[in-house]
Design a protein around this ligand. Structure first.
Ligand code: ADP
Ligand code: MG
Length: 327
């Protein structure tokens, strides 16, 4: 942990740290479950719309492949991305756009190149060729934090050292908090007052986001004690703290129980309605088909199909790629 991190934490967390530490031994084994609710949530009716769209699938199949709705903004534009690892072509001339305010799914069988594409977009890997544009700006080859600072956020798994911190501390150390803070400190003569003001604002935002994801009651819980699903909520909450326009999620539902999966999906739909854009990388085809209005199918490093769920469902190529199993 850097000095900056510790400074941020010390002023926000020390007051409680002793009592937290004192409690740590006695955190009940079933603390995991306290956040897992509920069956009362409204059902999402987005799938109904999708089903309706099926009836015009004939038209959609022909046009959806290449056409981007002309009057819809495309914050993310990926063009000709290619990445090789030794002799393996992991991503091969991949091009697609993501339209503003959509849930777009990136699916494909194991080894299709989904995670590599995700890493190329978020700056974890640099492409051999091709470009990534975000909000009209070429962001190819930028560092992950530079990309995050431009409003394109990704989720990070809670690292081991963060497991030993509380949910609240994890939130105070959210990715942009670090880089933004460091940058800010380096260019401004910082007064104690300014730091306090900044931290108060951040703390308010933290509680707002914790409340939104319904994990505010877990604020003092150690991240390491959270269930798989609660972790995913925390990961998304941390990503949201960077004030992104768009979120990239790599397999956000892996290891999540069905009731939390439903809740996560509801949060995603809610955020989409607020104007956020999502690109969700998933191998679970049904989940993507039922929740995304736009689906890009990767196969052997290439875009096999790009269109509405209805168009994807009808594609012989896609059915073949998945060996007919999941479609
Ligand atoms: P997916 O996420 O769709 O399962 P990946 O993007 O992880 O697929 O992998 C695509 C291909 O690239 C696979 O053949 C994989 O073995 C290979 N690959 C991915 N990352 C690396 C790496 N760091 N080194 C070598 N090969 C890799
Ligand atoms: Mg993967």
């Amino acid at each position: 942990m850097s000095d900056t991190d510790e400074e941020v934490m010390s002023s926000t967390a020390t007051a409680d740290s002793e009592s937290v530490a004192a409690d740590s031994e006695s955190v009940p084994a079933d603390a995991d479950d306290t956040g897992v609710v509920t069956d009362d949530e409204r059902t999402m009716d987005t799938t109904d719309d999708t089903e309706d769209a099926d009836s015009v699938a004939g038209d959609v199949v022909d046009t959806a492949d290449t056409d981007v709705d002309a009057d819809r903004e495309t914050p993310l534009e990926v063009e000709g991305l290619r990445k090789t690892f030794g002799g393996i072509v992991a991503v091969d001339e991949v091009s697609f756009d993501v339209e503003a305010g959509t849930l777009t799914g990136l699916i494909g069988p194991n080894g299709a190149g989904k995670s590599t594409t995700f890493n190329l977009i978020t700056g974890m890997l640099e492409p051999d060729t091709g470009t990534v544009r975000f909000n009209g700006e070429d962001i190819t080859g930028l560092q992950p934090y530079e990309i995050a600072n431009r409003g394109l956020a990704r989720t990070f798994q809670i690292a081991r050292e963060l497991e030993e911190m509380t949910v609240l501390e994890n939130m105070m150390l959210a990715p942009k908090g670090q880089s933004g803070e460091a940058l800010w400190r380096s260019v401004l003569p910082v007064t104690r007052e300014a730091v306090e003001r900044e931290e108060t604002a951040q703390l308010e935002r933290v509680w707002e986001v914790l409340d939104f994801f319904e994990i505010d009651h877990l604020a003092e819980e150690y991240a390491g004690n959270l269930s798989g699903g609660q972790r995913k909520l925390l990961e998304m909450a941390r990503a949201l703290l960077t004030d992104p326009d768009m979120l990239l999620l790599d397999e956000p539902f892996a290891g999540v129980n069905p009731s939390l999966e439903k809740r996560l999906l509801e949060h995603i739909h809610e955020l989409r309605e607020e104007g956020y854009t999502f690109l969700i990388v998933e191998h679970d085809m049904d989940l993507i088909m039922n929740n995304c209005e736009r689906v890009i199918v990767l196969h052997q490093g290439r875009v096999l199909k790009d269109g509405t769920p209805a168009a994807i469902r009808e594609s012989e190529d896609v059915i073949e790629a998945y060996l007919g199993g999941e479609v």
